[in-house]
Design a binder for this molecule. Structure first.
Ligand SMILES: [Mn+2]
Length: 327
């Protein structure tokens, strides 16, 4: 079958990195007949592809490991080819002549930087915008430096990337100002990132909402505090669902000697818990992952761990164990 007549399908994360990755592929001349995306935490996306007779599927910025079963099912169809760009841990790569991967799980990269490297002649300011949004600003700056992009233009690219990333956070569609699929459609005619920033109409409302959310966050007080340990309970409000995930990292960065836990209420009445142990190289600090694993849905790493679902009746126990270890 002639490849050019085969419909293309783009599947991507709804954050800045995913959106811009698929846009770069679109600018290279491949126009998708179908786009599939979601909010930041919706990463199992291959299963949402409707049955296709034939397709060239391009996947951006979602982990292969999380989509393995969907991928294996798609590869059973000999008329489907898949090209995958990502920077998350992938696990073993399935071997198939119809699967091509560009997956680099190294620090300081992001999917749009990988796509940028594969698409000849693409405007590096797009990849820089994505890298700023994906929290790898050093990579963005390194990409812009040889082109002598001005400080004011760099600042615009940075803010746009960060706002696109911020827009993808929420628990439901109602939590976000723009559905990521809508942003992908708005992006598609723009070749110039500055024109997109000035003319798409999304950045002013995003900036305003972000500032209001920031004000709410700044008024937040710890629910309980003992020594160098703090627990916050976020309210069941959209701003808290949008900023909660980045708030815990910010608290940990700004207070490196502090242990922090944040409880996010979920719709079913349970809580998602983020735990950060002190970063200030305190050798005796207990691992955040050890505390998380005391609870059935907990896991993570030494400095950053979490509990997916803490039932409300376990909150007093969590407080007690957290302060036992860290106060
Ligand atoms: Mn990414």
């Amino acid at each position: 079958m002639n490849q050019s007549s085969t419909p293309a399908c783009f599947v991507f994360n709804g954050d800045a990195d995913g959106l811009i990755s698929q846009h770069l592929m679109g600018l290279s001349g491949i126009s998708p007949s179908l786009r599939i995306t979601g909010l930041k935490r919706e990463i199992v996306l291959l299963e949402r592809i409707p049955p296709l007779k034939t397709a060239n599927i391009y996947v951006f910025d979602i982990s292969l490991e999380s989509n393995r079963s969907g991928l294996l099912r798609l590869l059973e169809n000999p008329e489907i080819r898949i090209t995958w760009f990502d920077h998350h841990e992938s696990g073993n790569l399935p071997v198939s002549p119809r699967l091509k991967t560009h997956i680099f799980n190294t620090r300081g990269t992001c999917s749009a930087l990988i796509v940028h490297g594969e698409v000849p002649g693409s405007d590096r300011r797009w990849a820089a915008m994505a890298a700023f949004g994906d929290n790898v600003p050093e990579a963005a700056e390194a990409l812009l430096r040889p082109k002598r992009i001005s400080e004011s233009e760099t600042a615009l690219l940075r803010e746009a990337g960060e706002l696109l990333n911020y827009n993808a956070y929420g628990e439901t569609e109602e939590d976000v100002l723009f559905q990521p699929i809508k942003i992908a459609e708005l992006l598609s005619p723009f070749r110039d990132p500055l024109a997109f920033i000035h003319e798409s109409g999304i950045f002013k409302p995003l900036r305003n909402q972000f500032r209001e959310d920031e004000r709410e966050v700044q008024n937040l007080l710890p629910h309980e505090e003992k020594g160098l340990a703090r627990i916050y309970h976020l309210p069941a409000k959209p701003w808290a669902r949008r900023l909660g995930a980045s708030y815990v990292n910010r608290m940990a960065r700004e207070n490196p000697k502090m242990a922090v836990a944040i409880l996010h209420p979920l719709q079913d009445g349970s809580y998602q818990v983020s735990i950060r142990s002190p970063r200030g190289r305190i050798p005796s600090a207990p691992f955040a992952s050890d505390l998380a694993q005391e609870f059935s849905t907990g896991g993570g790493r030494a400095l950053a761990a979490g509990i997916n679902r803490l039932p409300p009746e376990s909150i007093p126990l969590f407080h007690q164990r957290f302060f036992d270890l860290y106060s």
